[in-house]
Write a new protein. Structure first.
Ligand code: CO
Length: 295
């Protein structure tokens, strides 16, 4: 081809391409149908009982969002690696979203099944948003708040805790909740929750394993109230290692042992928040809020 012919051809082709609808230029460009999905993200647990709670959460979600596909992922790499050694493959949120992207989802609501908006939650938000707006990818990703986010949530959770206290507990018996606690600024939620609980019932206290308030703070309050018996309850989604060992274990440094040494009789209740429908409803409500932002 002579150079003049080439230029002529280009001069002809450029305006034609400008007139063509973009769908023709890019080929196969039919508009993608909207496809909404839900991704549930828990911290994860190695104890088999946790699976029952997770299934219960999934059932509630499916009932609330009939026909919407539900996927699972876990935010703890330690748990994922432990489970992999047992031959069980659990997805990270990134793996689950890559799969959903491959399956042509356009709108994904991610629900954090964490307790506070701490490290796990913020890491999740940061990563999942990277999946929105990729070429051939998911258009919109929204994340539902964990159990505690707004002041209203803190109050509601306090009211829920008071409702699920074992019926046999008497008025002058204490209830001590074991929260996880964190070095993350969101550790303040435990103190906020304690505040609301005290307003509802002056003998219900919150302590944490890795944050503040600590068990020593709780002991001070128990002594001030002259309390001789305490129900110990995990304030974590699953009654796993912390609940079984750090809270109710027979080791010297478990909360049960520490409190008993102080002359306080202990009744451990080994049930995580995910086992109570009342708490599951709070997560599902948060998912509803996120989902309602989709067209
Ligand atoms: Co821990």
């Amino acid at each position: 081809m002579k150079i003049q012919d080439f230029i002529k051809a280009m001069v002809l082709l450029i305006p034609i391409s400008l007139l063509m609808p973009t769908s023709l230029i890019y080929g196969h460009g039919e508009k993608r149908p909207m496809k909404k999905g839900i991704l549930l993200v828990a911290f994860g647990s190695t104890i088999p009982e946790a699976q029952v709670s997770f299934e219960n959460i999934e059932n509630s979600v499916r009932k609330t969002f009939p026909g919407v596909p539900v996927y699972w992922a876990y935010s703890s790499h330690i748990i994922i690696n432990k489970m992999a050694k047992e031959g069980k493959h659990l997805a990270t949120p990134e793996e689950a979203l890559a799969k959903m992207m491959r399956e042509d989802f356009t709108h994904v609501a991610v629900q954090s099944l964490h307790t506070i908006p701490g490290e796990e939650f913020h890491g999740l938000v940061e990563n999942v948003h990277k999946f929105a707006g990729m070429n051939k990818g998911i258009k919109r990703v929204l994340v539902g708040h964990p159990m505690l986010a707004t002041s209203g949530d803190v109050q509601k959770v306090a009211e829920t805790i008071v409702k699920i206290i074992p019926k046999e507990r008497k008025k002058k018996e204490a209830v001590v909740l074991m929260g996880h606690g964190t070095h993350h600024p969101a550790d303040v939620y435990y103190a906020a929750l304690n505040y609301h609980l005290q307003k509802l019932d002056p003998y219900v206290f919150v302590g944490t394993v890795e944050g503040w308030p600590e068990i020593d703070d709780v002991i001070e309050d128990l002594k001030k109230g002259g309390l001789k018996k305490a129900y110990l309850m995990p304030f974590m989604s699953v009654a796993g290692d912390h609940a079984r060992n750090d809270m109710a274990g027979s080791e010297e440094d478990s909360w049960k042992s520490i409190l008993e040494k102080e002359g306080i009789q202990c009744v451990p209740v080994l049930k995580g928040t995910a086992e109570y429908q009342e708490f599951v409803d709070i997560w599902v409500d948060h998912l509803k809020t996120a989902f309602s932002h989709f067209p």
